[in-house]
Design a protein around this ligand. Structure first.
Ligand SMILES: *Cc1c(COP(=O)(O)O)cnc(C)c1O
Length: 379
């Protein structure tokens, strides 16, 4: 009896690591071109399984391309990167209070300290391990999520700065509205951060570097590039909407499947749960083996399209758990034909921005939600 190994389901996410590396280099070149002296470095953001692309492969590829600092959400993600063989420094963005802090030492991770409580916990853990820990200090300049309040540093920082086992490597903040050109909060946060930097200096803190810019801020405003920038989405070849960028990026992920069946519907017949699509005329539909369990949003039915035979075919009826129906009338489709959800086929492209817009979501969510049962195939 043979073992059937390495079967790949017909629905796959193809991840082009060559494109990823070239995006990384394109961002570096852009920074260099715009700021030839004092060019900021890049913190490559690979949280959430590298935005659904696969943290191990993406982390190693970025390291290959020269990345010396990766960032992820929590200690567990950092440990997974280490287990994948990543040797570069790894910054943990998220809260540490409910995690096992030993992971910081076992896996040589750089914590973000974003509250006095976290500072005490990391200091105590570092003392226990008899190590000094380099950390990044996070300042809340108006997003009101994690971070020391920008207006209270004189009270909260001295204790942290005195911590014997803690070594301030960098200071950073995070923007709430970098992708919203109409919001004034971005500039308010920028100005508050400038003031924070002066306050830190007055308190005797000497961070070796400063960072603030996510992808949108990289595209939008060189004034917030400081010493390093923190692109996530851009690395994966997606520009945060509604912004546009001249950086030479290409999407890293293609999401595709194959037609499993083609069938004819007579006028007046329906397809799918809820019978939401009625054929107005004789209609040919194709069944594609990918559904909401693969991360396809329910709202794509009746709104979205796929690429097949170099044309657009509307997604009709309902998105089921494991399959969808598409209208292929006149396309001469047959079982086995490639179906592209995200990517290029023929002369047409559907990208994560378009899919997000179709369903009222954001491209970050589109790539992150590509289901765990979808195989990532690397090239
Ligand atoms: C996720 C994240 C980023 C990257 O955001 P993009 O919009 O994907 O570039 C940068 N900084 C922090 C703190 C983050 O959490």
């Amino acid at each position: 009896m043979g073992i059937v190994a390495e079967r790949v389901r017909p629905t796959v996410a193809r991840v082009d690591l060559g494109v990823l590396k070239s995006n990384y280099r394109a961002i570096r070149e852009h920074l260099k071109r715009e700021r030839p002296t004092g060019t900021p470095g890049v913190i490559a953001v690979v949280k959430a399984n590298a935005y659904g692309h696969g943290a191990a492969q993406v982390g190693r590829a970025l390291e290959d391309a020269g990345a010396d600092l990766l960032a992820c959400a929590d200690i567990e993600e950092g440990a997974a990167l280490r287990a994948a063989g990543v040797r570069a420094d790894i910054l943990i963005f998220g809260a540490l209070s409910v995690s096992d802090l030993d992971g910081l030492f076992d896996c040589r991770l750089t914590p973000t300290i974003s509250s006095p409580g976290a500072a005490r916990a990391v200091q105590a853990a570092a003392a226990r391990h008899k190590q000094r820990v380099r950390y990044h200090l996070k300042i809340d300049t108006g997003m009101n999520r994690l971070g020391f309040r920008a207006d209270n540093l004189r009270r909260t920082l001295p204790e942290l700065l005195r911590s014997e086992n803690l070594d301030l490597e960098a200071v950073f903040t995070h923007f709430a509205t970098a992708d919203d050109p109409a919001s004034s909060l971005f500039d308010e946060q920028r100005l508050r951060f400038d003031k924070v930097l002066a306050d830190l200096h007055a308190l005797g803190a000497r961070p070796r570097y400063r960072h603030a810019a996510n992808s949108a801020a990289v595209v939008r405003d060189p004034r917030v590039w400081f010493d390093r920038v923190r692109p996530g989405l851009l690395l994966y070849g997606i520009v945060p909407p509604p912004l546009q960028s001249a950086i030479a990026l290409a999407p890293v992920m293609t999401l595709a499947s194959r037609v499993t069946a083609v069938k004819g519907m007579r006028a007046g017949e329906v397809t799918g749960y809820g019978a939401r699509f009625t054929a107005k005329k004789p209609t040919t539909i194709a069944i594609v083996p990918a559904g909401y369990a693969d991360g396809l949003d329910l709202r794509l039915a009746g709104r979205g399209a796929v690429l097949i035979r170099g044309r657009r075919a509307p997604i009709i009826g309902s998105v089921c758990m494991d399959m969808i129906m598409i209208d292929v009338t006149g396309l001469d489709a047959s079982p086995g034909d490639e179906v592209v959800f995200i990517g290029r086929q023929g002369g047409d492209t559907i990208d994560a921005r378009e899919m997000a817009e179709t369903i009222g979501s954001i491209p970050w969510e589109i790539v992150c939600r590509v289901g765990t049962r979808i195989e990532r195939v690397y090239a």
